[in-house]
Design a protein around this ligand. Structure first.
Ligand SMILES: Cc1cc2nc3c(=O)[nH]c(=O)nc-3n(C[C@H](O)[C@H](O)[C@H](O)COP(=O)(O)O)c2cc1C
Ligand SMILES: [Fe+2]
Ligand SMILES: [Fe+2]
Length: 434
């Protein structure tokens, strides 16, 4: 296939595998103190299942709950899904802190998605008097998912729960990730329990805080934050921006999300990272190109190397994905961070090649808007993919260079045009700044 683009991709996955080996060693999770009487209680999920039934998690994911012990009341912020023994692990860690699930007075549900609530029915059975606090929009969801409503109480935006010496203040953060989502803030320790916001994929072991991570591990989490953001949060980027603006009024020392590491050395860095990722929705993103291609019989494929050479000539990095071979999770993460997108795709039954159609559908749902783009591809009869692609790219506000569409196998002229288009696209990507 191509020259340096492949090398670039191989290097990246080699690095990822090396880091995997480093990180997946040992999985004993212990409660970790964030401040006096405030603990992270966490479960590491392996890589067998797809997250949300769709996204691969080759490096696993952590589900974090937080225990806050006041002088009068004890609260647990967010729960887990009983997934790969997570509930048992959480129970054991609670015991390590001298607490049983039945000792919890308040369960705070920042977000109703089952990765943070799945264990709820069982907990309710064990502890019927447990008081559950959640946003107004979450109340009917408790009933819908878990079939009960007693002891469930809505809290309003800015409302405070006094635990004795510690307070919890609740702020609505709608659509980060579901409509009912809120975050919880503890003013004495200045900890923000942000639930899905500022989260990432990847298991967390002994190094729990940003200041305990090596540079290599930090790089790993940056990658896992990007893929988590692109896969789970990107559709809601406008709401992420709103939530960040709203929370900027808080004095935050520690960001404690419900997935991934805790940010205490530099909480601003994960906020900045999320702000940057949210801004990619409308471009410019990074000065990179994502090349996604598919081919049945090699005709479209025959132009891949010319396209990559054009990008190389301009020294613009390229993320190369072949579909359906590469999972859309990775294609989306690359596309999210790239200012340029090139689609290589033949016509299939008068329309776009189905696996590429499916990828583009995900890019649309995730709002990968305003990109510099073009398409190349082969057809055999009367075409059709280009017309459908034009409709798609107009909807996505992609600024498209002329496509390189050809009948059957590409000619030498087609190769030269594809090379030239790729160079031109790379130049536009480099020139595109805010
Ligand atoms: C199942 C199937 C359906 C196709 N449908 C169309 C079509 O609707 N219109 C068309 O112009 N070509 C159609 N073609 C022809 C392909 O677009 C053509 O063979 C093209 O060269 C394939 O490019 P590739 O080698 O990159 O896969 C079809 C081919 C196959 C195998
Ligand atoms: Fe979620
Ligand atoms: Fe989540």
């Amino acid at each position: 296939m191509d020259v340096s683009g492949t090398i670039y991709t191989i290097r990246r996955s080699f690095l990822r595998d090396r880091i995997n080996i480093l990180l997946l060693r040992g999985s004993n999770v212990k409660p970790v103190a964030l401040a006096q009487d405030i603990y992270r209680i966490s479960a590491n999920i392996g890589s067998r299942d797809l997250f949300e039934g769709i996204w691969p998690i080759p490096n696993g994911v952590s589900l974090n709950s937080y225990l806050v012990k006041g002088s009068r009341y004890t609260a647990l912020i967010d729960l887990v899904k009983d997934w790969e023994g997570a509930a048992g692990s959480v129970s054991a860690q609670l015991k390590d802190t001298g607490c049983d699930i039945t000792d919890i007075d308040y369960l705070i549900l920042n977000h109703m998605e089952p990765d943070h609530t799945g264990w709820l029915a069982d907990v309710k059975q064990k502890h019927p008097q447990l008081k559950i606090l959640c946003s107004k929009r979450a109340v009917p969801l408790v009933e819908a998912f878990y079939g009960f409503s007693d002891q469930v109480q809505a809290v309003s935006d800015g409302e405070t729960l006094d635990l004795g010496g510690k307070q919890l203040v609740f702020y609505d953060a709608p659509n980060v990730h579901w409509p009912e989502t809120m975050v919880t803030y503890e003013p004495a320790s200045k900890i923000l329990f942000s639930c899905d916001a500022f989260g990432s994929f990847g298991q967390v072991h002994e190094a729990v805080f940003d200041d305990q991570l090596s540079d290599l591990e930090m790089k790993f989490f940056e990658g896992e934050t990007l893929r988590y953001y692109a896969n789970i949060v990107s559709s809601f980027s406008i709401f992420v921006q709103r939530a960040i603006k709203k929370l900027s009024a808080l004095d935050i020392s520690i960001i404690a999300p419900s997935h991934g590491i805790i940010w205490r050395k530099n909480p601003a860095s994960i906020i900045t990272m999320y702000e940057r990722l949210a801004s990619y929705m409308n471009g410019p993103a990074e000065q990179e190109v994502t090349l996604v291609w598919s081919s049945m019989y090699g005709n479209t494929e025959a132009l891949v190397d010319a396209v990559v050479s054009g990008l190389d000539a301009e020294s613009v990095p390229v993320n190369i994905h072949r579909v359906p071979q590469d999972h859309v999770s990775y294609v989306l993460a690359s596309a999210w961070r790239s200012s340029g997108i090139i689609i290589g795709m033949p016509t299939y039954e008068y329309r776009m090649f189905p696996p590429m159609y499916s990828v583009l559908d995900v890019l649309e749902r995730s709002h990968v808007m305003n990109r510099k783009a073009f398409r190349f591809g082969s057809y055999g009869w009367s075409g059709g993919a280009q017309k459908q692609f034009d409709e798609f790219s107009e909807k996505m506000k992609w600024e498209c260079l002329g496509s390189v569409e050809f009948h059957g196998a590409p000619s030498r002229e087609d190769r030269e045009t594809a090379y030239g288009r790729a160079r031109e696209l790379a130049q536009r990507v480099k020139q595109w700044t805010l």
